[in-house]
Write a protein that binds this ligand. Structure first.
Ligand code: PAZ
Length: 377
């Protein structure tokens, strides 16, 4: 492996302190992986939600991104449906498999309930759907096939990813890494982070010194009344994942763009640079309706789901046209704007119900290919 990449890894993990609960995470993950390895099951690590970039060690302020974890939570359900064991490494409080159907919604979960003879029961109109979700959830719980782990900031995410990936190594080609989390590209290194809350009042701003008294200038400081933030690039660890941490696993990364003109180019660039199995490209505004698979095996392949002309309004009533906003929060009371780049209505089916079977078919081929390879002597 390129020594400069190893150097970047070593520098990063020496300088950025591990999360406090890393040992507990490793213990849980080890036990889960070993059990499913013994049972010969395929296992996927799904990463989901956005990483934060703290500006202070005692964090009051941080930089965040838009991701609600819809892609990750939905994909995890379809992997579970395909019989996989799933480690769901997600941003704390972002969407979770199964409970996603009833949370982060314009509706309160209490709207699914009603009182009957002094007891709380599920309202009649939601019985069928909730029973379907509950049965799937119960089966997964009974078979102990879902492990939920969480991170908040970029450093916690990278430590967890590295440690879990190394634990998954013995699974060889039976492992998938499905990296749907929206990972920060820039961060504040620990030795340039101020300890205390950044002050807006110049009289107090002198208190903002890096936590360990290093000579490095703080990455965030006030100048006059402005806040100046000088971020550094997060080292790209996909190469280490491919070559070092989990060299035999199937690796699926995501590429998010907002400009359609560069999406495929950027996905191809990533595929060539990291030589992994698959890059799934998506655009912020259309990510629930279309994605592009870019792989060495199959080139460029688009997956699209039709748009539902009928979108549900907040009240749950169907309206002919609703505006589906980029974050998927329903607002059926507004009319569709003239901007045709914003899709009408919700997707007719969840696009992940097509993405995941496609991936598991590719995974089967990878496993079969590995089985026909002569053993390394
Ligand atoms: O979490 P969500 O469903 O709102 O969004 C999913 C997504 C766009 C973050 C994901 O599909 C993705 O592209 N993740 C990788 C982002 C990137 O670092 O390029």
């Amino acid at each position: 492996m390129d020594p400069s990449i190893q150097e970047a890894e070593s520098h990063y993990f020496t300088n950025e302190p591990p999360p406090r609960d890393l040992q507990a995470t490793v213990t849980l993950a080890r036990e889960f992986i070993n059990r499913h390895a013994t049972e010969g099951r395929r296992l996927v690590l799904v990463t989901s939600g956005g990483t934060t970039v703290p500006l202070e060690t005692q964090t009051v302020r941080y930089i965040d991104n838009f991701s609600a974890g819809t892609r990750g939570a939905t994909s995890a359900e379809y992997f579970l449906q395909e019989g996989y064991a799933v480690i769901f490494l997600h941003r704390q409080f972002s969407l979770l498999p199964y409970s996603r159907h009833y949370s982060h919604n314009t509706r309160s979960f209490l709207d699914y309930m009603k009182e009957e003879d002094g007891r709380v029961v599920v309202d009649g109109q939601h019985q069928e759907e909730m029973l379907r979700v509950l049965r799937q959830y119960d089966e997964v719980k009974r078979e102990n096939r879902l492990l939920i782990l969480s991170f908040v900031n970029i450093t916690e995410y990278l430590w967890d990813l590295r440690e879990v990936a190394k634990l998954m190594r013995p699974l060889g080609p039976r492992a998938i890494f499905y990296l749907a989390a929206a990972v920060s590209d820039f961060f504040v290194p620990h030795d340039r982070m101020v300890e205390h809350k950044i002050q807006s009042n110049e009289e107090f701003s002198g208190a903002s010194l890096p936590s360990e008294g290093t000579s490095k200038p703080p990455a965030a400081r006030t100048e006059g009344r402005s806040l100046i933030i000088d971020l550094e690039p997060v080292p790209k660890f996909l190469k280490q994942l491919v070559d070092g941490w989990a060299p035999e696993g199937m690796i699926v990364s995501f590429k998010l763009e907002t400009d359609p003109a560069i999406l495929v180019k950027k996905a191809l660039y990533s595929l060539n640079k990291y030589s992994h199995h698959l890059v799934i490209g998506n655009l912020l505004l259309t990510r629930k309706w279309e994605v592009v698979f870019v792989s060495a095996l199959e080139g460029e392949k688009w997956i699209r789901v039709p748009r539902n002309r009928r979108a549900k309004s907040i009240s749950g009533n169907e309206s002919l046209v609703g505006l589906a906003d980029p974050d998927g929060k329903k607002d059926g009371n507004r009319t569709v704007s003239a901007d045709l780049s914003i899709p009408e209505g919700e997707p007719a089916v969840e696009i992940e119900s097509i993405i995941i079977p496609e991936i598991t078919t590719m995974h089967t081929k990878i496993i079969e290919k590995a089985q026909t390879k002569p053993p390394v002597t």
